[in-house]
Design a protein around this ligand. Sequence first.
Ligand code: ZN
Length: 122
Amino acid sequence: MALFDPRARLRAFTTQDWVAVQRVVQRGRFTLGQASAEHSLAAERLLAFLLCLEADELCQLYHRVYHVCEAHPIRTVPFRAGLPSVPFTCPECERVVERPDELSFDVECRIAAPDGVQVAVP
Ligand SMILES: [Zn+2]
């Protein structure tokens, strides 16, 4: 099991936040929106944690891109590649997406270590 040691990072985290992220990383794959809601952890705090985890090469992050036509993502792109720019043709409905407000986004985390990550609470 890989160890995530936050050291001086994420100093604003409370004990409750650390307990939540310890539970979140027990899943191999999850989305920011779902994990934030299920563990009562603010999305911006969870994203800050995930960016540290990715910087330590313990996970890969992706943007999930949703179009109004479907409940499932129409694209999944590496987080650091950024959000897609418009216009582009939706691969599901084949309409041209011209405005960003036709899209919604979530962040997907895939834990890299095959047997998981343990979080060292500072
Ligand atoms: Zn579409």
